[in-house]
Design a binder for this molecule. Structure first.
Ligand SMILES: [Zn+2]
Length: 346
């Protein structure tokens, strides 16, 4: 695959970097008392910000700020106020981890000053499909009456079930392809100004941020953001330290996901700052990759033996991983998610 190297250096905003760094240190922790939002220091001029269970990041440079995942409109409005107060610098770049609207919404807070960047597959994910567009392969498995729509009973146990009435905007008792799309992608995301394919590099104010596409995993448009000087990566949804993935949520790509984790292992970093939960280390990547390898191997073996989905849920226990966060609630769902993904792509 051809590497596309994007190098952008902005010469706007000649404010003093040292002053802003000092200001940053002083401002630190002042958001910690807020129950919903807070900013925490990672290292150097790199920070993570919180919106309840979601986390984005930002890197402060003398020439402006690089934000990763504006998250949602409420969070980004709050973040903009914080950045203005603490640093007095404009946001020059917004990087998207992926298109899902619980991470990629809220960009409008920075739209006046920032260039938005995301993986090229965000382009098709942001495009609303026609109501009569065919269902994705896994959803076709659920479509037991074969009408190309999802009745309530057909989405039981999926991310669509609890949101069914909100999604069913024409109230016909079934979700079309368009109505399902709204669950993951609908909203007011500011589309990227720049789409990259395999790898991209942003330079701003003497600092560098790398964007790596490591293939399909939780989505087909996932960016791993690497801060080389800070030896930190930002990963969302497909790699959460000490928490199993959720393969049923919006579907998943196997075996691609495994290869994606192996590629992350090859990156040069010490710390993972994830989109959910607490930061971790490379050891967490290795554990996550092993979890996924064990899960996919067990489900594949069960399918080869002709076992049913229910038999696999009853017998694949993943006990080696019972120390992980949400192990109990993840286990059955992940067996089902891998089973359905493998069955729908055979
Ligand atoms: Zn997601």
């Amino acid at each position: 695959m051809k590497d596309k190297l994007l190098s952008v250096a902005l010469l706007i905003g000649s404010t003093c970097g040292l002053a802003h760094t000092a200001q940053a240190q002083q401002g630190f922790g002042s958001g910690a008392g807020l129950p919903r939002n807070e900013i925490t220091h990672v290292t150097g001029d790199l920070y993570r910000f919180r919106d309840v269970r979601h986390f984005g990041m930002f890197l402060v440079t003398p020439d402006g700020i690089i934000v990763v995942d504006p998250t949602n409109s409420r969070a980004s409005a709050w973040l903009k106020t914080q950045l203005d107060e603490r640093f007095g610098l404009p946001v020059r770049y917004v990087i998207y981890s992926h298109t899902h609207n619980d991470h990629a919404s809220g960009g409008e807070a920075f739209a006046e000053t920032a260039t938005f960047i995301g993986h090229e597959n965000m382009r098709h994910n942001l495009r609303k499909p026609a109501p009569d567009a065919p269902l994705p392969p896994r959803e076709r498995l659920w479509d037991t009456n074969g009408d190309g729509l999802m009745q309530r009973a057909e989405v039981e146990g999926s991310a669509y079930y609890n949101a069914f009435d909100n999604l069913d905007t024409n109230a016909d008792g079934a979700l079309s392809r368009t109505e399902m799309w709204e669950r993951q992608f609908g909203g007011e995301q500011v589309p990227p100004d720049i789409y990259y394919a395999d790898q991209a590099t942003i330079t701003l104010g003497g600092k560098t941020v790398e964007l790596h596409y490591t293939g399909r995993n939780h989505s087909d448009d996932m960016t791993v953001v690497l801060f080389p000087e800070e030896r930190t990566i930002y990963t969302v949804d497909f790699l959460t330290p000490k928490r199993p993935p959720r393969t049923t949520l919006y579907g998943a790509f196997f075996p691609d996901w495994l290869d994606s984790l192996r590629q992350v292992e090859q990156l040069d970093f010490d710390v993972i700052s994830p989109g959910h939960e607490l930061p971790g280390t490379k050891a967490d990547v290795i554990e996550q990759r092993r979890y996924m390898e064990d899960l996919v191997a067990a489900v594949s073996a069960g399918i080869a033996e002709g076992k049913s989905k229910e038999e696999l849920v009853d017998t694949i226990l993943m006990e080696d991983y019972d120390h992980l966060i949400e192990y109990d609630v993840s286990r059955a769902g992940n067996v089902i998610g891998v089973y359905e993904t493998l069955m729908s792509t055979q």
